[in-house]
Design a protein around this ligand. Structure first.
Ligand code: FES
Length: 583
């Protein structure tokens, strides 16, 4: 049989009931199976929906699964899997070849994510917005920017997307009424190309055939086709996302974002006078999306290579262009974005936190999906009480659970400010009710400390350069799905966010998708944002002379107090002439 052959289950293949059987755990379903079939076939027998556009032909590359245990019980990689590294396999192309043991795996889309349908406390949208979409109707004529693109009397729809490194959120709107029709969220399937933007840039540059974009387009196609409207009635899509995710999606070369001075190709072209904005427009067809054939995809403008269109969308959501008060907005993620200022002066920075607070690089970490421990309390007898998303047995622990856990361990002196266990152990078991115990190690704490250190360094440097103290703020917005669910007291105790009065801290959920919706519904807002991003001063943290000092300080688990602005000004005075700012 040729190396690249696919191994379908023959009609007579017995999936269950053989005396020789393998214990298969697929997306947390367990079944004893006879060897010989492909993981895709087992998934089908379990009723698990594996994304595919080629029906197991090894061509679409969408059926990726992550093997958690039992790689040595699977057939060798075939050429169709050459693009996959580490624990990732094409489920249609790998069979179970051993007749005993355990295989544990899951699809790239492990379940429905928490969806923040309603953003909270956001001044930028809602009632005040007068819809002014780019797609309009004149009788049965559908117009895009005034030009006829279709004839139909069916409703006109638009799609907003927040494209994160870890998660993808979609929201479908009726463009005539502004009504939300449906939304969806799933893990970004590009994870096989690495968990952070630098790995994805490296992968895309090496691989060179837009595979990351094609894979995502496949998943998006399934999500769009599951919406309760004809996809051909969707005439425009607006995309928010960090610069790398956005540019990858638009099939642009992202190499320059990965090299100092970390600029998107759109910024470089703007500097050369080849374009007047970093926003993007492309046809849905070229991006392989099943929308109306003449639908447009608009990418929101970015602020810099590492402060992207998601941060820009957040600025729109909080109406920063018209804000007189002093606000800060922090969207904690793989790359934490920080915005500070008001309509007169705006600073922005990107903190390279890594994926730890999204469950990446943590022994039992996982995104905020069903099965994730999201709340933790340490009891007087030393045991833990936990709350699991969806209420079932725990599979792992997500970001908000990790923050609670750290906070409780600190509060009860089980770890010290350096993140070391006081009892000399190197791990604790948090919950043993699931298939596998959920535990937490000293090296996990170290990963979280470093992620936190990057965020704290960002806070100190941006506030210091702006010349204000934390207390000078009127509002501190915590944006993002993760920011929405974390316990503020726990986050303050471990020093993840500034030690501010609770009344100043607002958890606003996914402000990025809100901003994308505003831009979808209003051309005026779109133009406002294109102007606003040009007025943002980007603080390049990595170039700051004291970044490392702040980072080391921020790795400790202590509350984050305001920098002494005058002291810091003196401290950086010798370098003042070369403050690492860029406009
Ligand atoms: S189903 Fe298409 S590559 Fe596996």
């Amino acid at each position: 049989m040729a190396d690249d052959a696919i191994y379908p289950v023959e009609p007579h293949t017995k999936i269950e009931g053989s005396r020789m059987s393998v214990e298969l755990h697929f997306n947390n379903q367990r079944r004893d199976v006879a060897p010989g079939a492909s993981l895709f076939d087992y998934a089908e027998s379990l009723g698990i929906n594996v994304p595919t556009s080629c029906r197991k032909q090894g061509k679409c590359k969408e059926c990726v699964v992550e093997i958690i245990e039992g790689m040595d019980r699977l057939s060798a990689r075939v050429p169709a899997e050459q693009h996959l590294k580490g624990n990732f396999r094409l489920s249609c192309s790998c069979r179970i070849v051993q007749d005993s043991g355990v295989v544990r795996c899951h699809t790239m889309r492990r379940g429905e994510m928490h969806i923040e349908r309603d953003a909270l406390h956001l001044p930028g949208g809602g009632q005040k917005l007068k819809p002014d979409p780019a797609v309009t109707r004149d009788g049965d004529r559908i117009l895009l920017d005034g030009e006829e693109i279709a004839r139909s009397t069916a409703p006109i729809h638009g799609l907003a997307m927040d494209l994160g490194t870890t998660t993808v959120v979609l929201r479908l709107l009726n463009l005539e009424t502004g009504e939300v029709i449906a939304d969806a969220a799933f893990e970004n399937p590009q994870r096989f190309g690495g968990s952070d933007v630098m790995s994805r840039i490296h992968y895309d540059t090496e691989e060179g055939s837009h595979l990351l974009q094609r894979t995502l387009a496949g998943y998006l196609t399934h999500a769009i086709e599951a919406f309760p409207v004809d996809p051909k009635t969707i005439y425009e899509m607006v995309v928010a996302g960090n610069s790398t995710m956005r540019d990858l999606f638009f099939r642009l070369n992202v190499y320059s974002i990965g090299q100092s001075p970390y600029r998107s190709i759109t910024e470089l072209e703007m500097a050369e006078g080849k374009r007047t904005t970093t926003s993007l427009a492309e046809s849905a067809k070229r991006l392989l999306l099943p929308l109306h054939p003449r639908a447009r995809v608009y990418g929101l403008p970015i602020i810099s290579g590492h402060v992207g269109a998601d941060a820009a969308a957040c600025m729109l959501a909080v109406d920063l262009a018209n804000e007189e008060r002093l606000i800060a907005m922090m969207d904690i993620g793989t790359n934490t974005e920080l915005i500070l200022g008001n309509r007169n002066k705006i600073f922005a920075a990107s903190c390279p936190a890594g994926p730890a607070f999204e469950g990446g690089k943590i022994s039992c970490g996982m995104p905020g999906l069903p099965g994730a421990i999201e709340k933790v309390k340490l009891n007087a007898d030393g045991s833990f009480s936990t709350e699991v998303i969806g209420g079932g047995p725990p599979e792992g622990i997500c970001g908000s659970g990790l923050i609670d856990l750290l906070s409780e361990l600190l509060e009860h002196n089980r770890i010290n400010a350096l993140g070391r266990f006081e009892d000399g152990e190197d791990r604790v078991v948090v919950d043993a009710r699931g298939d596998q115990p959920v535990y937490f190690t000293e090296s996990d704490i170290n990963e979280l400390a470093q992620a936190k250190g990057a965020n704290v360094a960002g806070l100190h440097i941006v506030f210091q350069q702006y010349g204000i103290r934390f207390d000078d703020l009127d509002i501190f917005y915590l944006a993002g799905g993760f920011g929405r669910h974390l316990n503020v007291a726990s986050a303050k105790r471990i020093g993840l966010i500034p030690n501010l009065a609770d009344a100043k801290i607002l958890q606003v959920g996914n402000a990025s998708i809100e901003g994308a919706c505003l831009a979808l519904l209003s051309r005026t807002k779109r133009r406002e944002l294109e102007d606003l991003v040009k007025r943002v001063t980007h603080c390049r943290l990595e170039a700051h002379p004291h970044f490392f000092d702040y980072f080391v300080e921020g790795c400790q688990f202590n509350p984050v107090e305001s920098p002494d602005v005058r002291r810091e000004a003196r401290r950086t005075a010798p370098e003042a002439g070369a403050l690492p700012l860029e406009s």
